[in-house]
Design a binder for this molecule. Structure first.
Ligand code: NAD
Length: 528
C-alpha cells in the first residue's frame, strides 16, 4: 500500500479509502488497458514455455476485450513442472529457513510495489470492484508476510524436547518440523491473488517447492503474481506455473505420485473428487481443502436494524455474491423481519451495478457465461417457488449487453425444503426467512453440509450463545462492515468446518504453517 499514507487497506476499511488510492489505481488501469492482449507463458524450471493450444481470456465486463493469451498446458507439461519442483526440493529444503523468509519477504515487497498494476488486471479479469481488488492484493501480501512472521516466531519449528532419564547416558531429543516435497497449489477464480499467494508463500517458506495451477478464468492475475516470485530471485524450479484445463493438466497434477501435498481452494464437488483421487495411492498425503460455503446470518429481535441490514447486503452482494463467505441465507426473528428486509431491499437497490473499473460501482459482472446462465436458471426457479423482493433479472441495455451483469436479488417465502436453501449458488442471490425464535434460526443455520462463516446481529448478551452453537470456522457478531465476509490474515484467520474445509485450521492463523510440515523427532544418545 502507498508509503505516503498511514491508511491500511483491509476488507473492513475499504469502504472509504483516501483519494490517493483512486488516483494511483486509475493511472495503473490506464496503463494496463493500453497494453492488452499480451501472451503469458508457463514457467517450468525457471524457463518460459509456450504450448500449441492457447486460452484467450476475455473480460466478463466486456467480452470484446481480449485481456491476454495463456498456454493450455498438457499432461506432459504437468509432469515436467512436477519433475522441476522435485529436482529443486533438496537444495531449497536445506536452504536455511531465515534465507527463505528473506526471499519471501522480498516477494511481498515486490507485490506491494506492483499492487495497483495487479489490482487493475484483476478488476478487468474477475470483474471485482477496485476496493475489493486492491484489498485482495493487500491480503495476498499480508498472507505471505504472516507466514514469514510465523516461521520466525516459531524459530523455524525446531524445538528441544525433554531429555530421557537414562542413567549413564545423556539422551537429548529435538522436534524438527520438515517440509514434505513438491506442493501443488490449485486456486479458484474469485480470489486468484490471495488464494494462490497464501498457500504458495506458506509452502515455500516452510521449504516445499511448488507447482501452481490457477483457474482458467484467472490466469492473468496469477501470472503477474508468479512474475513477482521470479523477480525476487527464487531459484529455478522452486516455483512453477502450469496453466491449463482442470480435466487434463489438473488431473495429471493431482494424480502424480511425485506430488507430496496439495492445497486446493475451490468448490465442494471438485475438491471432494480430488481428495479421493489424490489419496488413492500407496499412502495418505496431506490434502488441504478449502471448499464452498452456504453462510447464514442470524438476526435477533434485539439487533440494530441498520447495522444488520447493511452488513448483510454487503456480504450477500460483494463480488457479486461470488465469495465462499457470501451471506446466502438470512434468518430473522419475527418481530424485526419486516423492518430488516425492507431496509435490505432499499440498500440493495442503491448499489451501483456496472463496469467495476468505475469508482462508484459496487457490483461488476459475474465471472463467465456459465455463471450468467446459472443466475437465470436460479432466479426463474426461485420466482416460481417464492417471492423475488428485488432483482431477479439479468441486466440488459447499454454496457450491460457487452458483459455478464445480473441484478442483486433478495428472495423470500421459499419453502424450507427447497434445494436452493442448501446449494451454493455463488451468485448475487440471497434468501431471507422469518423465524419464530433464535433456536429455530440456529437449527436452520446449521442444517447444511457447509460450515465456513456465519454472522449474528443482536444484544451483546446473546453473542456467546451464538458462538457456542454455530457450526462455522469464522464467525462475526454485530459487524456493519459485513455479516459473513471480510476476514483478514492475523485478525480473522480463514477456514471452514464440515464440508467447507479439511484441516480444521485456518489460513493466516497460528496453526496453519505446520500443515505444510511433517515432524521428525531426533533422539541422540551419548555416554555420560
Ligand atoms: P472450481 O472448483 O470450479 O475450481 C477450482 C480450481 O480447481 C480451478 O483452478 C480449476 O481449474 C481447478 N480444477 C477443476 N477441475 C479440476 C481437476 N479435475 N483437477 C484439478 N484441478 C481442477 O471453483 P471455482 O469456481 O474456481 O471457485 C469457486 C469455488 O471456490 C466456490 O465453491 C467457493 O466457495 C470456493 N472457494 C472457497 C474458499 C475457501 O477458502 N474455503 C475461497 C474461495 C473460493
Amino acid at each position: 500500500m502507498p508509503k505516503e499514507s498511514s491508511f491500511k487497506l483491509t476488507y473492513a476499511t475499504m469502504f472509504n479509502p483516501p483519494e490517493e488510492l483512486h488516483i494511483n489505481f486509475e493511472a495503473a488501469l490506464q496503463k494496463i488497458k493500453s497494453n492488452l492482449g499480451q501472451e503469458y507463458p508457463l514457467l517450468i524450471n525457471g524457463k518460459e514455455r509456450f504450448t500449441a493450444e492457447k486460452n484467450y481470456e476475455h473480460s466478463p465486463i466486456n467480452t470484446d476485450w481480449h485481456l491476454a493469451t495463456f498456454q493450455k498446458g498438457t499432461a506432459q507439461d504437468a509432469a515436467d513442472a512436477i519433475a522441476a519442483a522435485k529436482a529443486a526440493f533438496p537444495a531449497w529444503s536445506h536452504t536455511p529457513w531465515e534465507e527463505r523468509v528473506a526471499l519471501l519477504r522480498k516477494v511481498a515487497d515486490i507485490l506491494d510495489e506492483r499492487v495497483y498494476e495487479v489490482a487493475a488486471a484483476m478488476v478487468l479479469e474477475v470483474g471485482k470492484n477496485r476496493s475489493e481488488a486492491l484489498g485482495e492484493v493487500a491480503e495476498a501480501i499480508a498472507l505471505i508476510r504472516y507466514a514469514c512472521s510465523q516461521m520466525e516466531a516459531n524459530g523455524g519449528y525446531v524445538r528441544d524436547m525433554g531429555s530421557d532419564p537414562l542413567p549413564g547416558f545423556i539422551s537429548t531429543n529435538q522436534s524438527v518440523l520438515r517440509p514434505y516435497g513438491v506442493w501443488l497449489v490449485i486456486s479458484p477464480f474469485n480470489f486468484p491473488a490471495a488464494l494462490t499467494a497464501g498457500p504458495t508463500g506458506s509452502a515455500l517458506v516452510t521449504g516445499n517447492t511448488v507447482v501452481i495451477k490457477p483457474s482458467s478464468d484467472t490466469c492473468w492475475t496469477v501470472s503477474l503474481l508468479v512474475d513477482c516470485l521470479r523477480q525476487a530471485g527464487l531459484p529455478d524450479g522452486v516455483v512453477n506455473l502450469a496453466t491449463g484445463p482442470g480435466s487434463t493438466l489438473g488431473n495429471a497434477l493431482v494424480e502424480s505420485p511425485d506430488v507430496s501435498g496439495i492445497t486446493f481452494t475451490g468448490s465442494y464437488d471438485v475438491g471432494m473428487n480430488l481428495y479421493y483421487n489424490h489419496t488413492n495411492l500407496k499412502y495418505v498425503r496431506p490434502t488441504i481443502l478449502e471448499l464452498g460455503g452456504k453462510n447464514p446470518t442470524i438476526i435477533s429481535r434485539h439487533a440494530d436494524v441498520e447495522d444488520a441490514a447493511l452488513g448483510t447486503v454487503r456480504s450477500a452482494f460483494g463480488l457479486q455474491g461470488q465469495k465462499c463467505s457470501a451471506a446466502s441465507r438470512v434468518y430473522i426473528e419475527e418481530p424485526l423481519y419486516d423492518k430488516v428486509v425492507q431496509r435490505m431491499v432499499e440498500l440493495t437497490e442503491k448499489f451501483a451495478v456496472g463496469d467495476p473499473t468505475e469508482r462508484q460501482v459496487y457490483l461488476g459482472p459475474v465471472i463467465n457465461k456459465k455463471a450468467y446462465a446459472d443466475y437465470q436458471t436460479y432466479v426463474t426457479d426461485l420466482a416460481a417457488a417464492g417471492t423475488i423482493l428485488t432483482g431477479g433479472k439479468q441486466l440488459k441495455g447499454g454496457i450491460y449487453d457487452k458483459g455478464y451483469f445480473c441484478a442483486p436479488t433478495i428472495v423470500a417465502d421459499v419453502p424450507r425444503n427447497h434445494p436452493l436453501w442448501k446449494k451454493e449458488m455463488f451468485l448475487p442471490i440471497t434468501m431471507v426467512e422469518r423465524v419464530k425464535d433464535l433456536d429455530e434460526a440456529m437449527q436452520l443455520a446449521n442444517d447444511t453440509i457447509y460450515g465456513l462463516t456465519a454472522g449474528f446481529y443482536g444484544d451483546p448478551s446473546e453473542i456467546d450463545w451464538f458462538y457456542d452453537h454455530i457450526q462455522a470456522g469464522v464467525v462475526y457478531a454485530n459487524r456493519p462492515q459485513g455479516s459473513t465476509t471480510g476476514a483478514w490474515p492475523g485478525f480473522q484467520p480463514f477456514g471452514g468446518w464440515k464440508g467447507s474445509g479439511s484441516s480444521g485450521k485456518n489460513a493466516g492463523g497460528l496453526y496453519y504453517l505446520p500443515l505444510y510440515l511433517h515432524e521428525q523427532i531426533r533422539n541422540t544418545v551419548r555416554r555420560a
